[in-house]
Design a protein. Sequence first.
Length: 346
Amino acid sequence: MSTADAGPLAGVDETLRDTFAWYVVAKKEFKDAIRSKGLWLLGLLFTTAFIAPVGLALYTGFGGGSGQQAQALQEQGMQFLLSSIYLNMVTFLLPIVAIFVGFAAISKERTSGSLKLLLSLPHSRKDVIIGKVLGRCAVLGVPLIAALALTSVFLAASSLTFKPELFGLFSLFTLVFAVVFVAITVSISGAFKKSLWSGAANFIVYFYFTFLWNAGANGLGQVLENQLGITGPIRWHSVLLMKLANPNQAYKTLVNSMLSDSDAPALTARYGMFSQGPETGETICADVLNGAPQVQETPFGAILNCTPGSNPLPFFYSDPAVVVFMLAWIGIAAAVSYYTFSLVDL
C-alpha cells in the first residue's frame, strides 16, 4: 500500500521518522506506555478528579438561585473553582501522575537490558533521552487534554458563567506544567540504574518542590539579612527570583495572574507570593515590583495593596518571563540527564 493510499497521517508519520531520529523512540514509548492498565487507571482517576468539582456544580445548582449574591456566585463560580480547587489539585496531583508515567522510562530498560538493544540500532543516547521525554509527555498530555476538554463541556453546561478564554489559558499553563514535570521525571530516570532508585529520587524532588522550596526561599532572605547584612530590595529580589524558579510556584502565580481582576494582574500575583507586614510589603511593592503601596486600615489590622506605579513591572517578573522560568526546567533536566546518561556504563 502506498503512502497516498494509507492517508495523510501515514505521510506525516513517514516524514517525521525520516527527519528526526528520536521520533521512532518517542512513538514506541507512547505505544508501549498506553498498553499499561495501571496508567489507564491513573488516567481515569485523574479525569475523575478534574470532572468531579464541576460535576458537583452542575448537579447541585451551585451558582443558581436569585438575588445579587447568587448572580455573583454564578459569574465568579468558574474562577472560584480554578483558584480554590483546581489550582491546588493540579500542583499536588499532577506531579505524582507524572512520576508514575516517567520514573521507569529509562531505568527499567537498563535493568532488563533492552536499552542496549535500543542503542544498538541507529539511535544515539541523545535520541533516546529526547524520544523518551516526548513519548511520555504524550502519554500524560493526551488524557490531560481529554480531561480538560470534558471539564470545559461540564462547565459550559452548568449554571456557572463559562469563560472560554480564561479556561483556555488555564489549560495551556496546566499542560506546560505537566510537560515540565514529565521532563524532570524522565531525566531523573536516566540517571539511575534501578527504577526503585529513580522513583525514590523523583518523590524526593517532588516533596522538595511542593513543600520545602518556598520555605527555603524565605530562609534565603533571612540568611541574607542576618548573616550577610543584605537588606532592602536586593534581599527581596533574591527571594522572589528563587520562588519563581520553582515550577510549582511559577505555575501558581501564572494562574493567579490570569484570574486576578486588578488593574495590574501580574504585579498583584507576584506580590501575592509574599506574606509580609506593611513595612516589608512597601519595600517589595515599590522597590522590587515598581508598584505603588497603599495601606488600608481594616478591623483586622493594616492591609497593604500593591497598585500600579509610575513604572511598569520589571520584565523579568512578567507572565511571559515566568513561563520561560518554567520551560527552562526542561532544558536543565535534559542537560543533566544527558550528561549523567552519557557517563554510565550500560
